[in-house]
Design a protein around this ligand. Structure first.
Ligand SMILES: C[S@@+](CC[C@H](N)C(=O)[O-])C[C@H]1O[C@@H](n2cnc3c(N)ncnc32)[C@H](O)[C@@H]1O
Length: 472
């Protein structure tokens, strides 16, 4: 048996060969770290073989680093998470990426960047160098910096003069990723500083209440993030959050719902209830594709009012003909729809701690017929180890994700870190969480549901799986 570093090297060698072959066959290119992101630079990943090879190479490289880097340095890569956030926030909020884009590939001296954004060049240069040490920017010559593929993700693509003049509108009409990063580096960053204080306090350590999240302690409020954002003086944060959320939604094709369940198997006239369905953006493609289903979108009254405007503008006939009903309903209260073929809940679980999930699951169970399917769409968090339930044949189909080859971590390690980031973010802001499949299964069992199948998007181990359950 060869040593772990040889095994990892072999995985890298094999996967690099595969990646190069697939890219040559498809006419796609391996990205250049020193060129800004553009959609074609990610095109190679559309091929699942290339995507898998890239994941294995990255996971193996990170694993090698963990073996070979002095442990105190590795530890400080973790301890220093907030040091990196500090540097990144300074560059994001002072529009360094946009200024460097305008400077072109020869880069710009930090004095000239600072002359444009009003920052102190002595401080800004240190932030940029620290980030360049992590490939986020590049120091071309002493004190001359340029963007990389990573820093270019912060680019609003707007003229720097415009956003420097009107920072409150910086993120308007953008893709939303910079807005999302700006929100995380503000509300979530500050909340994270109070996470241990929240966990060390007997009053909050085991609380599952949204008002007991570290966010409240950081911002000295008993408001939830939602109520806090609704304050008139928090309009700018609220506006930025909305743009960031739209950015995330844009990454999830609304029509993923079409393959989340075998809708064709439902007889005409079947009732599908989208519980906590927002303004109905997920129900819309379903209504268009399956006109014989009867869809009921439920949400809180204010959201349903907004939904009415959206549907009367975009699909007025669906409402007029009674194919779609928009219904104000609080999902913690008794469920009025007692003839549903499907109760559908997308991204509701992750907003709530267990005690709240149990409440709405019980309401749905009480209103279910013996033939009702409960359909959930959530990000299912993989274990960081091999899942032994994959070794038996009596598990729920699809419950175990594709695992990485040994000796890699079964979940591909930090290559798949985004889902785990979201999990901690949920704790910080809402005292809620993303869940493993075992955890979701336990909530279902405790409320009279039995999980029957997990549908996974090809090549995607963490992001928005659909889970079917039936009453027991
Ligand atoms: C993360 S969004 C998901 C929206 C939609 N399912 C989707 O995936 O686009 C959560 C939704 O739950 C709704 N919500 C929160 N509390 C609720 C309650 N008690 N009853 C009904 N809906 C609620 C919110 O208004 C929001 O639209």
């Amino acid at each position: 048996m060869s040593s772990p570093i040889r095994q990892l090297l072999e995985l890298i060698t094999e996967s690099v060969e595969t990646l190069e072959k697939v890219c040559a066959k498809n006419g796609t290119a391996i990205p250049n770290l020193y060129e800004p992101f553009a959609p074609p630079s990610e095109a190679f990943r559309v091929d699942p073989v290339a995507a898998e090879a890239a994941s294995v190479i990255s996971a193996a490289a990170l694993h090698l680093e963990a073996i070979l880097t002095p442990p105190q340095v590795s530890l400080y890569r973790m301890v220093g998470g907030h040091f990196k956030s500090t540097a990144l926030r300074a560059c994001l909020e002072s529009n360094v990426t946009e200024i460097l884009r305008e400077a072109g590939p020869q880069g710009l001296h930090v004095d000239d960047i600072a002359a444009q954004n009003g920052q102190d060049p002595k401080k800004l240069g240190r932030f940029l160098r620290y980030l360049a040490t992590n490939h986020v920017y590049r120091e071309l010559q002493p004190n001359i910096f340029t963007n990389t593929r990573i820093s270019s993700m912060l680019d609003t693509l707007k003229p720097s003069k415009e956003i420097l003049a009107d920072p409150a509108r910086k993120h308007d009409n953008t893709m939303g990723l910079a807005a999302l990063a700006s929100h995380h580096l503000d509300e979530a960053f500050k909340a994270s500083a109070y996470s241990w204080e929240t966990l060390a306090d007997p009053k909050t350590v085991r609380s599952e209440d949204p008002t007991a999240a570290p966010f409240g302690r950081a911002f000295k409020t008993t408001d939830t993030l939602w109520d806090f954002h609704a304050r008139p003086e928090e309009n700018i944060r609220h506006h930025r959050f909305g743009i960031g959320m739209k950015g995330i939604q844009a990454l999830q094709p609304a029509d993923a719902i079409l393959t989340a369940f075998d809708w064709k198997s439902l007889p005409p006239g079947s009732v599908v209830v989208d519980v906590g369905g927002g303004i109905g953006s997920v129900a819309m493609p379903l209504a268009a594709q399956f006109p014989l289903l009867k869809l009921i979108v439920q949400d809180l009254p204010g959201v349903i009012k907004e939904a009415q405007e959206v549907w009367s503008a975009q699909m007025p006939n669906a409402i007029k003909l009674g194919q779609v009903k928009l219904e104000a309903h609080d999902f913690f209260k008794s469920q009025p729809q007692t003839n549903a073929s499907v109760f559908f809940m997308k991204q509701i679980f992750h907003d709530w701690s267990d005690q709240y999930c149990l409440k709405f699951l019980k309401q749905l169970r009480a209103a279910a017929t013996p033939k009702t399917t409960l359909l959930l769409m959530e990000s299912v968090m993989p274990f960081a180890c091999h899942d032994p339930s994959a070794d038996s044949n009596d598990g729920v189909p699809g419950a175990v994700p594709k695992e990485a080859p040994a000796p890699l971590l079964a979940n591909y390690g930090a290559v798949n870190e985004m889902g785990y980031n979201a999990d901690i973010d949920m704790f910080l802001l809402f005292n809620s969480q993303e869940r493993t499949i075992l955890h979701i299964d336990e909530l279902l069992r405790n409320t009279g549901w039995k999980m029957t199948v997990v549908h996974r998007q090809p090549g995607d181990s963490t992001f928005l799986q659909s889970i079917e359950a039936v009453p027991v």
